[in-house]
Design a protein around this ligand. Sequence first.
Ligand SMILES: NC(=O)c1ccc[n+]([C@@H]2O[C@H](COP(=O)([O-])OP(=O)(O)OC[C@H]3O[C@@H](n4cnc5c(N)ncnc54)[C@H](O)[C@@H]3O)[C@@H](O)[C@H]2O)c1
Ligand SMILES: [Zn+2]
Ligand SMILES: [Zn+2]
Length: 361
Amino acid sequence: MPQQVRAVVALAKGQPVSIETIVVPDPGPGEVVVAVQACGVCHTDLHYREGGINDEFPFLLGHEAAGLVETVGEGVTHVAVGDFVVLNWRAVCGECRACKRGRPWYCFATHNATQKMTLLDGTELSPALGIGAFADKTLVHEGQCTKVDPTADPAAAGLLGCGVMAGWGAAVNTAPVRQGDTVAVIGCGGVGDAAIAGAVFAGAVKVIAVDMDDAKLVWAKEFGATDTVNAKTEDVVARLRELTGGFGPDVVIDAVGRPETFRQAFDARDLAGTAVLVGVPNPTMVFEVPLIEVFGHGGQVKSSWYGDCLPERDFPLLVDLWQQGRFALDRFVTERIALEGVEEAFTKMHEGGVLRSVVVL
Ligand SMILES: NC(=O)c1ccc[n+]([C@@H]2O[C@H](COP(=O)([O-])OP(=O)(O)OC[C@H]3O[C@@H](n4cnc5c(N)ncnc54)[C@H](O)[C@@H]3O)[C@@H](O)[C@H]2O)c1
Ligand SMILES: [Zn+2]
Ligand SMILES: [Zn+2]
């Protein structure tokens, strides 16, 4: 029987989100219904609400989630009823060109549920990143469920499903940061702080946190930043050079995603250094730079989609590191809120004071 559950939906561009009753179909072949236990509020949810990703409203928001497998469809073997899973948006296909070439983190045919969740009047919902987990239940593909240690706190574990993985992976997989590197991270929200922790893990000797909010810089230090720069009061590029013996960091990660922050990353890195864009720009933003500077600076300019992660490899690994006390995953959870609190969490995202608000169901 299809179920009716409560969910947070963005009905129209730029409008506050609302709580709606949605219809979740029974799982079909390869599909799974997950009873969501927790789901973090990521900046990407706000991008969706603002029409910054695409115009396929209404969106069923939420995509950093953990929960229990409730029912499975025909032929599902990857998970079983009762499994504790973190949801992912990279269920690799194994068949596309990227997968066949041994680079599945670039898979361009990832699996999502085939059936649609709908509003009560039958309007089809677009689940954020193919997940849609600000809801009591959600329908996903079995490959979108990654089993992790069931003793892990769902509020923290769910964050691996997007922002934390993206940030950590931007440093560890995309850059990749190497032992002895100097690193700067611009933007110290959930994504940026995970990049800082990843850079420390990978052996960086210096990790410089850059943000406009002093409170965020204090948190960044707790995740292992060795130095901080306030982008509101200081010249970011000059300070990064100064803090790295006049050279500039080997790796600069932009976890904001605006032309001005990416310009800082591009300019501040050392000669032949690496600039990584993990923050998501909106479609109207333009990055213009004299070609001679691209040539003259050398090195690499990369973007990081989901931290080039493989959920089945990386989620259990990060849970292990957390349980061993080597990665403070639970520190990303600033507050636990109800479904009704998502709109307010978006406001707090701009005001600061919160690293991750997590909806707990
Ligand atoms: N590439 C991916 O796969 C991926 C995955 C998840 C999120 N993201 C993106 O990463 C970005 C960050 O997400 P988040 O959830 O950490 O957001 P957030 O809002 O929690 O954090 C952003 C931080 O950037 C700071 N900031 C804003 N403008 C700045 C500036 N000009 N200079 C320095 N700091 C500045 C803010 O004070 C804040 O601390 C978003 O664009 C999000 O969409 C990308
Ligand atoms: Zn593929
Ligand atoms: Zn996200």
